[in-house]
Design a protein around this ligand. Structure first.
Ligand code: IPM
Ligand code: MN
Length: 373
């Protein structure tokens, strides 16, 4: 495949280190499968605030818009730099990308590798056969409001006289729910054909509507079974019987929280990739933003200590969902499995008897496994 453009936004903290390894793996894929990818780089987050005055410049946005996919590292304020004005935070780059490109479906696959069962706080018998994908609604819900204030959807701190209060609004239109629920059913149809829709319908109106929409969309896929699960019960199911879950679809904030919990099944947040997909079609699939689920990890930034697997597996998702290169994506995932199976571990997933390696060494080993396969 030629004429493919991938824009890399390395960002802050460990972002540049892990995306560098993901690019290395993409380059190896290019070589092994004889493709040609153009890789562009633009600043984002705190790095961009310093270089361009904003967390995500118009030029960077336009560069992403002209690409087939975006590979993203992480963004965050420098430690101790609490910013009161939410709009001036580096995280806003993420919101602008999510909202600006209409990235409504955030896929977060959770598939613990048997060789890493020992690195998880759960007993191996609970992890066996666990293979789920979260479909987190990403462009609406309680997350949005402060970005572009919408009438009837306040998000603000109010102070006047003795009154001190704050409000956020959880608002979903039926169309927003429908598009993400439909994406979940379509995904389930290609997997184990089970959808678990997670809500808080015993309390929230938005969840009552969410359930209604699930009931409306479900008949489009008679071969897919589905269930409704309350979010608190889901938190428990994730620990007690994770193998029972196939595709889990839920609103933005629930998805944010549950996927950090689910990450621990794999042994480390550093293992988890994500794909944020919108409606725009590319030649090979859909335009998307790919990023590890972990953040900037300022405590270990710049020390060659971060786990690059989340970023590398995000590159695999990029190959699959935006470029339609399925064999290539499988090959990257196999290479990760092989290297971790051989005992290569960054410190977050280290166990006794393993080969402890840094970010670069882990990336190199995965690249080599891919080229030697
Ligand atoms: C994530 C992150 C972001 C989110 C933060 C950095 C705003 O936690 O991608 O899960 O909450 O969406
Ligand atoms: Mn999160």
């Amino acid at each position: 495949m030629n004429d493919v453009t991938i824009t890399v936004l390395p960002g802050d903290g460990v972002g540049p280190e892990v995306t560098a390894q993901a690019v290395r793996v993409l380059r190896a894929t290019e070589k092994r499968f004889r493709h040609s990818f153009t890789v562009l780089r633009r600043p984002v987050g705190q790095e961009a605030v310093e270089a361009e005055g904003v967390a995500l410049s118009d030029l960077t946005f336009a560069t992403c818009a002209q690409s087939d996919a975006v590979l993203f590292g992480a963004v965050g304020s420098p430690p101790g730099g609490a910013v009161r004005d939410l709009a001036a935070r580096p995280e806003h780059a993420l919101f602008r990308l999510r909202k600006g490109f209409g990235l409504f479906a955030n896929l977060r696959p959770v598939r613990p590798l048997p060789s890493l069962f020992g690195a998880s706080p759960l007993k191996p018998e609970y992890l066996k056969d666990t293979d789920m994908v979260f479909v987190r609604e990403l462009s609406s819900g309680i997350y949005y409001g402060h970005l572009d204030p919408v009438p009837g959807k306040p998000s603000e701190i109010r102070r006047s006289g003795a009154v001190e209060e704050a409000v956020d609004t959880l608002l979903y239109t039926a169309a927003q729910i429908e598009q993400v629920v439909r994406a979940a059913f379509e995904l389930a149809a290609r997997r184990r054909r089970k959808v678990t829709s997670v809500d808080k319908a015993n309390v929230l109106s938005s969840s009552v509507l969410w359930r209604e929409i699930v009931e409306r969309v479900a008949p489009e896929h008679p071969d897919v079974t589905y269930e409704h699960l309350l979010v608190d019960a889901c938190a428990m199911r994730l620990i007690r019987n994770p193998a029972d879950l196939d595709v889990v679809v839920t609103e933005n904030l629930f998805g944010d929280i549950l996927t950090d919990e689910a990450a621990m099944l794999t042994g480390s947040l550093g293992m988890l990739p994500s794909a944020s997909l919108g409606a725009r079609r590319t030649r090979g699939g859909r335009f998307g933003l790919y990023e590890p689920v972990h953040g900037t990890a300022p405590d270990i930034a710049g020390q060659d200590r971060a786990n690059p697997v989340g970023a590398i597996l995000s590159a695999a998702l990029l190959l699959r969902h935006s470029l339609g290169l399925h064999q290539e994506a499988d090959a990257v995932e196999e290479a990760v499995k092989a290297v971790v199976g051989q005992g290569y571990r960054t410190e977050d997933i280290a166990e006794s008897g393993c080969t402890l390696v840094g970010t670069r060494e882990m990336g190199r080993a995965i690249r080599d496994a891919l080229l030697e396969a």
